[in-house]
Write a protein that binds this ligand. Sequence first.
Ligand code: HEC
Length: 145
Amino acid sequence: MKLTHKISMVAGAALFALSMQNSANAQMANVWDGAYTDAQAVRGEQSYQEHCSECHGTQMQGREEAPALKQGAFIYNWDGMPVSVLFQRLRETMPLDDPRGTPRKVKADILAYIMKQNGFPAGSAPLPYQNSRLKRIQWNALKPE
Ligand code: HEC
C-alpha cells in the first residue's frame, strides 16, 4: 500500500473519531449548565434533613462512617460520570436503613440539593428523575473551559 494512502486512512479514522466525540458531547448536558431549579433544591434540603442528615450531617459535612456529600473527595468521586450513576447510588443504597422508602422524585430533589451544595448553578428546568434523561447530564468537578 502506498504511504500516502495509509496516511489518508489514518487521518480519516481520526476525523471519524473526532466527529463521533463531538456528536456525543452535543447530546451531553453538564452540571455547570444549570441542571436543577432553586425551588427543587429547597424541597431537597427539607428531604435531605429528614432522610439523610442523621448520618451525613446537617451541613453534608459527614459523620462517623458516612462521608461528606460536598466538595473535596466527594465532588471528584463522580467526576466525568453521568449523573445517573450517582442517582442510582442514592436510589438503591440510601438511606442505608430504607433505600426504597423514598420516591424517585424526592431522590431527584435531594440530588438537586447535593448539586447546590457542591457549587453547581441552578437553572430553569428541574433535575429529571428518569435514568434515560439523567444519563445525558455529566458531573464535572471543575467547570469545563
Ligand atoms: C443510617 C446512616 C445513613 C443514612 C440515613 C444515609 N446514609 Fe448515605 N452513606 C452512609 C454510609 C455509612 C456511607 C458509606 C458506606 C456506604 O457506601 O455504604 C454512605 C454513602 C453515601 C454516598 C456515597 C458517597 C461517595 O462519594 O462514595 C452517597 C452519595 C450517600 N451516602 C447519600 C445519601 C443520601 C442522599 C441519603 C438520604 C437519602 C443518605 N445517604 C442517607 C450512611 C447513611
